[in-house]
Design a protein around this ligand. Structure first.
Ligand code: 13P
Length: 279
């Protein structure tokens, strides 16, 4: 199956009123577990890695592995750079064959965010790749140790931003946050609805870990077409590693257990994001 763009996957998901799961990976086992879940459910997915994760999973090594896994998959897979911060990193991901990149200028001034996003869109188009950008600020910690406070996406500004940048997907801030929620999150579905009503660009939900199936379904009903899951998969790997150690397992059982843990997590989420009927 081909490596596909985010734009293509989202187009199919929109037609079917579903969302595509975007699953963070950090090593080969995570990649294999995610792809296995996609193949078994016959469902396209996105595998992604955030720029802040590159010190432990260098792009020059994990990037080609992600691209090769996508190309060898029996289902469509998009390979995406999550939360790209520097133009050089975006370029490196595009050179490695990523079919999609996110530029996160959400904490910049509005005009600076637009200028940087326009520059990334222009570059990505040379490679036939898609672009996601963020407007408003998703809360929590993206892994860089810095905590960001939520700033809701303004629907009118979203329209202007998407029109001026020509992005393929927009990450919205509706009360969602990266990492573990301290209390059950109260997502502002009313804000999401308002954005969906006026903005033609497909919408992305970050901070998927800890959101209930019901809320995911509400979000998908109101225009979310890509959902990011990171912490739940990293936690699953850590738990599998501890369990393997307790069982006195060897390297090979550790490797298998990590892949299986990610497989279970990805499969669960794929089922939620692709449900036909309402729950
Ligand atoms: P979680 O870590 O909360 O699953 O968020 C993932 C994410 O949005 C990555 O960009």
């Amino acid at each position: 199956m081909p490596l596909v763009t985010l734009k293509q996957l989202i187009k199919n998901a929109s037609r079917d009123n579903k969302a595509v799961g975007a699953f963070s990976v950090g090593n080969m086992e995570m990649i294999l577990g995610a792809i296995k879940a996609a193949e078994e459910t016959n469902t396209p997915i996105i595998i992604q890695i955030a720029e802040v994760r590159l010190p432990t999973s260098p792009l020059a090594i994990i990037g080609p592995m992600m691209v090769a896994a996508a190309k060898n998959s029996r289902v469509d897979v998009c390979v995406h750079l999550d939360h790209g911060l520097k133009f050089e990193t975006i370029k490196q991901a595009l050179e490695s064959g990523f079919s999609s990149v996110m530029i996160d200028g959400s904490i910049l001034d509005y005009e600076e965010n637009i200028a940087l996003t326009q520059k990334v869109v222009e570059e990505a188009r040379k490679y036939g790749a898609s672009v996601e950008a963020e407007l408003g600020v998703v809360g929590g910690n993206e892994g860089d140790g810095k905590s960001h406070s939520i700033k809701y996406t303004d629907p009118a500004v979203a329209v202007d931003f998407c029109r001026r940048t020509g992005i393929d997907a927009l990450a919205v801030a509706i009360g969602n946050a990266h990492g573990h929620y301290k209390i059950q999150p109260e997502l502002r579905i009313d804000v999401l609805k308002d954005i969906f009503d006026v903005c033609d660009t497909p919408l992305v939900l970050h901070g998927g870990t800890g959101i209930t199936p019901q809320i995911f379904r509400e979000c998908i009903k109101n225009g979310i077409r890509k959902v990011n899951i990171a912490t739940a998969s990293f936690d699953a790997v850590a738990t599998a590693s501890r369990k393997t150690a307790e069982e006195n397992g060897n390297y090979f059982s550790l490797s298998q257990n990590m892949a299986d843990a990610v497989y279970d997590n990805v499969k669960n989420h794929i089922e939620i994001f692709n449900m036909k009927s309402e729950i």
